[in-house]
Write a protein that binds this ligand. Structure first.
Ligand SMILES: *Cc1c(COP(=O)(O)O)cnc(C)c1O
Length: 376
């Protein structure tokens, strides 16, 4: 049986044509016409007026924090239920992390807990320098609510929308409205450039600065002059060419991801002890990953048993993100709440949902889960 991967890259067809153009013009470099065009086309799609294409989502987050002036002695609040690349740049900047639990409606940072934490910190005179929100697993956080809570204390918000390109929040794209929004084109994301990221903001001057910092902070002039330390974070013209091709199939990918999730919902509707990640009423999720929660008492086996049953049939599935407050590397970091995201980790399984999967593939996965349940 051929291996079914969790969420492999899926090229649309035009990528190679754009890459060919890059070869023909010999722009095999960072910068070049595809980088500019990719940024413009991307901005247009997400409705945020300026964007800087960089080498990864992690790099984009790092630039955002640096531009907000996060540094040693500062604290940054972030959801615990996220991927490390969205929070490790806080440590790159020499600042400290403090984590917040998720809500059950969206699985994203709980606005009530964030409000509690900020009120508590305000009283102690220890407000954070920035708040990171994340749009996890293809679903937007309740951004307006989160912005209200943060605006009250004049704290800037960075939206980590790496997993939610193509998702909407109210009538706009997920992440729109934050000071900075971060995206990723890593291999498993809804569209990929093989690796890459984007930093977006409505503040054009800040995005110009991000571009400057991402190219070793080289000052203007014929020789190499440096008055600040920068990074080598710029996206290459070849990578941007792939991105332009992928942007053209983004909507198709979103529709297919949603269709796959619906397929599983129907196929597993009668299986006791299986529930799906909810879709919050304020937006439209992409279902970047289809995630189920398995309740062992009702299902008859736990998440790990199901994962192993799939693996035995050469099918890749994966536990959802292990919360950051449980990671050895963040041992001792402050955490508000925790039971909600710990439960997601305990019971949550990401099912294979590559957009090139066929109905036969999907049914194969569903049948194995069904059979595993009956075995108890
Ligand atoms: C993928 C991801 C990132 C990091 O992106 P890279 O391009 O892999 O560096 C950050 N945050 C979240 C939530 C992600 O899923």
């Amino acid at each position: 049986m051929k291996r079914i991967f969790l969420s492999p890259p899926h090229m649309g067809g035009q990528e190679l044509e754009f890459v060919k153009q890059a070869f023909e013009s010999n722009y095999i470099a960072p910068l070049g016409p595809h980088v500019d065009a990719f940024e413009e086309e991307f901005s247009e799609i997400i409705g945020i007026s300026h964007a800087a294409a960089v080498s990864s989502g992690t790099a984009a987050m790092h630039l955002a924090l640096r531009l907000l002036g996060v540094g040693p002695g500062d604290e940054v609040l972030a959801p615990s239920f996220t991927f490390i690349g969205g929070v490790s740049p806080v440590i790159f900047q020499g600042a400290e992390l403090s984590f917040i639990d998720s809500d059950t409606a969206s699985w994203n940072i709980d606005p009530d807990l964030l409000e509690e934490e900020l009120t508590f910190r305000n009283k102690k005179g220890r407000l954070p320098k920035a708040v990171i929100t994340a749009d996890i697993l293809g679903q937007s956080a309740d951004l307006d609510r989160l912005l209200d809570v943060c605006n009250e204390h004049h704290i800037p918000v960075v939206s980590d929308s790496a997993e939610a390109l193509g998702a909407t929040y109210k009538d706009r794209s997920a992440g729109q409205g934050a000071a900075f929004t971060v995206y990723s084109f890593n291999g498993n994301k809804i569209i990929t450039t093989s690796g890459g990221g984007m930093l977006a903001s409505d503040d054009g001057a800040l995005i110009e600065k991000a571009k400057f910092l991402s190219q070793q902070a080289r000052d203007a002039g014929p020789h190499y002059e440096h008055t600040q330390i920068g990074y080598n974070y710029r996206m290459s013209n070849i990578v941007a060419a792939i991105g332009r091709g992928q942007l053209r199939v983004l909507n198709e990918r979103v529709e297919r991801k949603r269709w796959i999730c619906d397929y599983y919902r129907k196929a597993l509707a009668d299986v006791p002890g299986v529930e799906f990640m909810p879709e919050a009423s304020y937006g439209r999720a992409t279902r970047w990953l289809t995630v189920i929660l398995i309740t062992p008492e009702a299902f008859g086996a736990d998440r790990e048993a199901v994962r192993q049953a799939l693996e035995k049939e050469n099918i890749e599935s994966r536990p959802v993100w292990k919360p950051m407050h449980l990671q050895p590397v963040f041992k001792g970091a402050p955490m508000r709440g925790g039971a909600v995201c710990e439960d997601f980790f305990c019971r949550g399984l990401c099912l294979p949902c590559g957009t090139a999967m066929t109905e036969v593939d999907l049914q194969r996965v569903a049948d194995i889960i069904n059979t595993r349940q009956k075995k108890g």
